[in-house]
Design a protein around this ligand. Structure first.
Ligand SMILES: [Cu+2]
Length: 145
């Protein structure tokens, strides 16, 4: 039986009716790495569009929103200002694509650790998520339902 990152946060954000759900959230950091990454699926069931505009975690000096872009035939990570979360859309943050980068880990993340992450949205609201599992990610079938 596979170990699955089970986590579901349902968030009511600001003036919008409805909710934003965050599912399948997990963190990953190679052994000894200075930086880590957090992945998740965000579904916008709010009445309007919203953006994810920032993040922070107590385990890292800062957190940035990253994506991957092909530069000279190689996939490179680049920072972006925000992630658009259109109404009714499901946005996937996954290895090789969008992710939250934990910059400057204060201590190494180990398999089985839990970390926190605060997500900041364009509505001005922030949401803190605790107990995000650290996995090595390798066996993770991220899109498995
Ligand atoms: Cu990154």
């Amino acid at each position: 039986m596979k170990k699955i990152l089970s986590f579901l946060a349902v968030l009511a954000l600001g003036a919008f009716a409805g909710e934003l759900s965050i599912d399948k959230i997990y963190a990953k950091a190679p052994a000894g790495a200075k930086n880590g990454a957090v992945f998740m699926v965000i579904k916008n069931n709010l009445d309007g569009d919203i953006k994810l505009v920032g993040a922070k975690s107590s385990v890292a000096n800062s957190a940035e929103i990253h994506t991957h872009k092909k530069v000279d035939g190689m996939m490179m990570m680049t920072q972006v200002d925000a992630i658009d979360l259109p109404k009714n859309a499901e946005v996937i943050l996954a290895p090789g694509g969008l992710h939250i980068m934990l910059m400057g880990l204060k201590k190494p993340l180990n398999f089985g650790d839990s970390i926190d992450l605060t997500l900041k949205f364009s509505s001005g609201k922030s949401v803190k998520i605790d107990d995000i599992s650290v996995t090595n990610g390798e066996k993770l079938l991220f899109l498995e339902k």
